[in-house]
Design a protein around this ligand. Structure first.
Ligand code: PHE
Length: 447
């Protein structure tokens, strides 16, 4: 068998992991969920889940991936031969498929908005004009499909180039640029007159509005934003060499992702309140609010171009990780070339993506369990598949693998001299803490 591709450097792994984590989840999904779920209380619950679950689940995915050096399906076959555990791998493949199917639609919107920015279409500072611009953009039946295809094509090209020359090379440059631009937008937003109400919304919790559904949304968002529960980290982990520090890479990824989410909140909410837009606007929030800010700022046109370019970059460094889960599975399980695996994946993704896109307009009335296609793919993946996938990963590492093996992998074959207490603490969070939290929230949320 040909040698498996791998990452060349630790920095490259971090850029790829953080690139996967930071994406539309932080800049588009997080702000609008904060807006529709009541603000600060949602953020606090979200942060609690990140704090309790991010590390145990990331460690587990990493341990399974790196130890097996295989795709999500074979990983379980390698580590638990002759058992049914490998079916869990299929949950990851399905979850990734569901996610990329609506993600590519929003990815297409980002390219569309980038185009609008370079052609100076945001010069009218009027929320109703910008609101209907968003509406027209997403509900029309052909245009969004074209942009979706461009987004998928770009994703496929990077995944085609492989790990070192594709994923690693691009994310390493893109991530830092992205960070700088979001910070600039956040500073501008927080210094707008009237921004204070937005900050209050972000930081002053009202727990009276919290329901089981709020909890489930916060849980789903934590998984979604950190890219955990669908085998992304397992897959990337399988390309990581035996020396890299699992604990460090996981912590750095979680911190980067959370910082981005908070800064995205700071970039959007103060402006939302300053301009009198409803925080519960929904999926259009970023696409309506920010052009409005840009229209009113000196150099706004320039900032708009940078921002939507950045949003596109953030999205693509995530979509490549979703596609890689599916592609590595097809490629290794069915012995196909990378090209064929990508082609087959895309064939299915395009069909699902078209349904998701059309569900914003033409197919708005077609419902599965009361949800249109877009919301169905979004909510089943984030709120059900990802928590389930994460649950099985921690159960596997905590209960199926032997503790010495887990510790061996966690400490990179003993080469990392980690504090004993820290190692045990991590192990028991995998074994008890994470599965209990996920199970309780999942069950209570679904009821
Ligand atoms: N974490 C990505 C984001 O925030 C989305 C994602 C989910 C990527 C699951 C990979 C896997 O946009």
């Amino acid at each position: 068998m040909a040698k498996r591709d791998s990452f060349a450097s630790g920095l490259g792994v971090l850029a790829a992991m953080a690139g996967s984590a930071v994406g539309l989840g932080n800049l588009w999904r997080f702000p609008y969920l904060v807006g529709t779920n009541g603000g600060a209380a949602f953020i606090i619950i979200y942060l609690a889940f990140v704090f309790l679950l991010a590390l145990p689940i990331m460690y587990s995915e990493f341990i399974i991936g790196r130890r097996s050096q295989a795709n999500v399906f074979s990983a379980y076959k390698v580590l638990a031969p002759g058992t049914k555990w490998c079916t869990v791998g299929l949950i990851y493949v399905l979850a990734s498929l569901f996610i990329i199917s609506f993600y590519c639609v929003v990815g297409g919107w980002t390219i569309n908005y980038f185009w609008k920015a370079i052609t100076f279409q945001f010069s009218v500072a009027d929320t109703s004009v910008l609101g209907s611009m968003f509406n027209n953009t997403v509900t029309s039946s052909v245009e969004p499909l074209v942009y979706m295809l461009i987004f998928l094509g770009a994703t496929a090209l990077i995944v085609m180039a492989g790990i070192k020359d594709g994923i690693e090379r691009y994310t390493k440059i893109m991530m830092p640029v992205l960070f700088i631009i979001v910070v600039v937008v956040a500073i501008r937003s927080m210094t707008l007159p009237g921004a204070g109400a937005g900050l209050e919304f972000l930081f002053k919790p009202d727990f009276s509005k919290v329901t089981g559904n709020t909890l489930l949304n916060a849980l789903g968002q934590a998984f979604f934003s950190l890219s955990i529960g669908c085998g992304t980290i397992m897959t990337y982990g399988s390309y990581v060499n035996k020396k890299e520090n699992i604990a460090g890479l996981s912590a750095e990824t979680a911190i980067t992702d959370t910082t981005f989410a908070i800064i995205a909140g700071l970039a959007i909410m103060p402006a939302v309140f300053a301009f009198g837009i409803s925080p519960a606007e929904g999926p259009g929030l970023v696409f309506v609010t920010l052009p409005y800010i840009f229209a009113q700022l000196p150099f706004g046109a320039f900032l708009a171009i940078l921002f939507f370019f950045m949003l596109f970059i953030a999205a693509i460094t995530s979509s490549i990780s979703q596609l890689e889960v599916i592609v590595s599975y097809l490629k290794e399980e069915f012995n196909m070339s990378r090209k064929l695996a990508i082609f087959l994946s895309l064939a299915v993704i395009v069909i699902f993506g078209v349904l998701c896109s059309l569900s914003q307009g033409t197919l708005a009335d077609v419902k599965i369990f009361g949800l249109n296609f877009f919301d169905f793919f979004d909510q089943t993946s984030a709120n059900i598949f990802l928590p389930l996938g994460g649950f099985f990963a921690v159960i596997f590492v905590g209960w199926k693998m032997k503790k010495p093996d887990v510790v061996d992998e966690f400490t990179s074959g003993g080469t990392r001299k980690l504090n004993k207490f820290f190692v045990n603490f991590s192990y028991y969070s995998i074994k008890y803490l994470a599965p209990i939290v996920v199970a309780v929230v999942l069950i209570s949320g679904l009821i």
